[in-house]
Design a protein around this ligand. Structure first.
Ligand SMILES: [Fe+2]
Length: 496
């Protein structure tokens, strides 16, 4: 195979990352957090993992597990929030913990393990925290993105491999039997060490698409097209103008679509990765539509400024109009302020929350965006068989009643054309995490929802299974572990 990227471009993208370095103090606020947790049990989800490895069966609390549901809910999230006496300063910083909720034969069990990445092993050898993180300074040295790869954001099962994903570095192989961290994945020798983001899209035929947010020599987007056997078919590095972290995207029949929030990386700013991002609302939200065959941009649109992490899905109409959904907030303060505050023991969630919104991108270059449902919404998931096709069901965590202190207390079904169509509110003492759809029959959204929650009364993590067509009936089955696990981010369900 000829070079996927000009070698020089790949090497430049891997060159030193001074923008990610900072001479700031390493000390966190471990004591402050411990005191705050005494006062406010809701902070339990942001406490550090109580052990490097955990394993236990789930004790059933109600209902029966559906006989057809068998497989593993793989999850990942920052979990080691404190090391060597120091506490990280942002929720997204801690070393990742892979979790396996195995469901079979009417019962469920749990295993979890901190991923011992090269970054973490280096710090173990040093006996102190060394490397910079997303929102916490470090002293390095940092020669490439994987030197700070915490592997803490999501999971991917593809072409016979299980992988832990992070926003800014390579996918990390994980041994499904032991949960041990393996090697970083190089999809092609020329791309070894370059970022492979945490929200890849897998089409029903197994084709895998992803992006990498490359920061050097200037912020750029790296596009990946990978066949069902894990073979890289094409990659392209595109300079898209002012750019910040691009967390997610949608795939349609013919295009990849990227909404670029005006939260842009200005590497000359000397701070953490997060501190180097500046809110520039005057840039608006730029939209980049990329041809799937050439991986070159073919259309550009502009939308009002906003910040988002996640999309549900997108599709293309016969006339070329693209429609997509996302969970968007007016600005990124929930990331820059609220998710920092929880690490210091300040659980306020005072910033504007993301809402479920719909964007339309017309072939004449015009574009519009509007609310698709009222209230806060995040962690949208779809029936994976509808990736890139017109969908009518998104399952998301949604806002509850005002004033309850936790912004996402319900599990809701959203319809891009009809708003919220079904929902169930978790009791006040339970904090739901992302719920994943598991297909059963042929029709869209015929299946189950499975997702964990943190039970603040029991001080333990639990797991719920819902009939996806009747979320408002409440869980079909509920089980609970004998221990809490830090609140995680994303997961996948791998059928048995
Ligand atoms: Fe995400």
């Amino acid at each position: 195979m000829t070079a996927i990227l000009p070698r020089r471009a790949a090497l430049r993208a891997l060159a030193g990352l001074p923008a990610l370095m900072s001479a700031g103090a390493l000390a966190g606020t471990r004591e402050d957090f411990a005191q705050a947790l005494e006062r406010d049990p809701r902070l339990l989800g942001f406490a550090t993992a109580r052990a490097e490895s955990l394993a236990a069966p789930l004790a059933p609390l109600r209902g029966r597990l559906p006989s057809g549901l068998a497989g593993i809910l793989w999850r990942n999230g920052p979990a080691e929030h404190e090391r060597f006496g120091h506490r990280y300063r942002h929720w997204f910083d801690g070393d990742g913990m892979v979790q396996a909720f195995a469901v079979a034969d009417g019962g469920a069990s749990h295993r979890a393990r901190i991923l011992d990445t090269p970054k973490r092993r280096r710090e173990t050898r040093a006996g102190k925290r060394v490397m910079p993180a997303f929102g916490t300074p470090g002293s390095g040295p940092l020669l490439g993105p994987d030197d700070m790869n915490a592997a803490n954001t999501s999971m991917l099962a593809h072409s016979g491999r299980l992988m832990a994903l992070w926003e800014g570095g390579s996918a990390l192989e994980v041994d499904p039997a032991t949960l041990a961290a393996g090697k970083f994945v190089a999809w092609h020798p020329d791309l070894a060490g370059l970022p492979f983001s945490a929200h890849p899209k897998v089409e029903p035929d197994g084709t895998l698409w992803n992006i990498g947010f490359v920061t050097r020599p200037r912020p750029s987007l790296l596009f990946y097209r990978i066949d069902p056997n894990g073979r890289l078919l094409k990659a392209n590095l595109v300079d898209a103008g002012p750019l910040g972290m691009v967390h997610d995207f949608v795939v349609t029949a013919r295009h990849l679509v990227f909404l670029l929030p005006p939260f842009v990386l200005e590497p000359e700013r000397y701070g953490t990765f997060l501190d180097s991002h500046i809110w520039r609302p005057q840039l608006g939200t730029r939209v980049l539509t990329v041809d799937k065959n050439t991986l070159e941009p073919v259309r550009r649109h502009e939308l009002p400024p906003g910040f988002h992490f996640h999309h549900g899905n997108g599709w293309e109409e016969p006339d070329g109009t693209i429609r997509l959904d996302l969970c968007q907030s007016p600005d990124p303060r929930f990331v820059t302020e609220d998710f920092r505050g929880v690490m210091d023991g300040r659980l306020r969630f005072g910033s504007p929350h993301p809402r479920y919104r719909l964007a339309v991108l017309r072939p004449d270059g015009t574009a519009a965006i509007e609310d698709g449902a009222s209230g806060a919404a995040e962690f949208p998931r779809i029936d994976p068989r509808y990736t890139g096709r017109r969908h009518r069901a998104v399952f998301a965590l949604a806002g509850g009643d005002a004033g309850e202190g936790w912004p996402l207390r319900r599990i809701a079904r959203l319809d891009p054309e009809g708003g919220e169509t079904d929902a169930w509110a978790y009791p006040r003492h339970q904090v739901p995490e992302e719920h994943v759809f598991v297909p059963r029959g042929d029709a869209e959204a015929d299946g189950w929802l499975i997702g964990p929650f943190l039970d603040l009364r029991r001080r333990a993590t639990g797991l719920n299974v819902f009939e996806a067509a009747r979320v408002s009936d409440g869980p079909l089955w509920e089980g609970v572990l004998p221990y809490p696990v830090p609140l995680g981010l994303h997961g996948i369900f791998a059928p048995a």
